[in-house]
Design a protein around this ligand. Structure first.
Ligand code: CA
Length: 221
């Protein structure tokens, strides 16, 4: 989270409060510094003061949001400023007029983060490889549109292979990536899980490269 505010006592108090709530916070004391900090840190949320040296909050808001979508909570000195900014369509997601209560600030920030999470909920994360389709959110696998029930470890295995169809993975790589450890004795484990995958997905989908490992067929027959 980034706090852009030139009044050090306010910046310090806001940062301390947010840190005590478990957020990681970095502060910038002027407009250009704030834009730079956001570019570097890619924060989840920005608390942005309107009156800043260098660039004002309106311009900072415009710049950081032109690079990537990020919720902005704008701090203003007067309610009338907030009305004006909303009228201008500045693009901040919420406004607070100073002085504000730290508790209220935290509540607003949590609400903004929840909203960002909801609206950012992507379309289903799907992985396609030839006739195979993996729904990564629901952890479901489909071959030519028909669902195939996989165990969690089988799903991880095929997902690993499907990330780069045609690329050969050694048993050791698969052991490390899927099971999370590197163990020479694990080769048999990999082989038996690949065997199970073949039975479920169709033998043509996972190719054995003898002496090397396994690859997913990019365009299985
Ligand atoms: Ca200020």
């Amino acid at each position: 989270m980034v706090v852009i505010e030139d009044e050090e006592t306010i910046a310090g108090a806001v940062a301390a409060r947010l840190e005590s709530e478990g957020f990681a916070v970095e502060t910038a004391g002027d407009g250009p510094g704030g834009v730079e900090l956001c570019r570097r840190l890619r924060p989840d949320l920005v608390v942005l003061d309107l009156m800043l040296p260098g660039l004002d909050g309106v311009e900072v808001c415009r710049r950081i949001q032109s690079e990537r979508e990020v919720p902005v909570l704008m701090l203003t000195a007067l309610d009338s400023e907030t009305d004006l900014l909303i009228g201008l369509g500045v693009g901040a997601d919420d406004y607070m007029t100073k002085p504000f209560s730290p508790r209220e600030l935290v509540a607003r920030i949590r609400a903004l983060l929840r909203r960002a999470e909801r609206t950012a909920a992507p379309e289903r994360d799907l992985l396609h490889a030839g006739v195979l389709k993996l729904d990564l959110d629901a952890r479901r696998a489909f071959v030519e549109g028909a669902e195939v029930h996989l165990t969690p470890i089988e799903f991880e295995l095929v997902r690993r292979l499907a990330t780069r169809p045609g690329v050969v993975y050694t048993r050791e790589q698969l052991m490390a990536d899927v099971w999370g450890y590197d163990e020479a004795l694990g080769a048999r484990t990999v082989d038996s899980h690949v065997g199970a995958l073949r039975r479920k997905l169709g033998a043509g989908l996972v190719r054995t490269v003898h002496g090397v490992g396994y690859a997913l067929e990019a365009a299985p027959r």
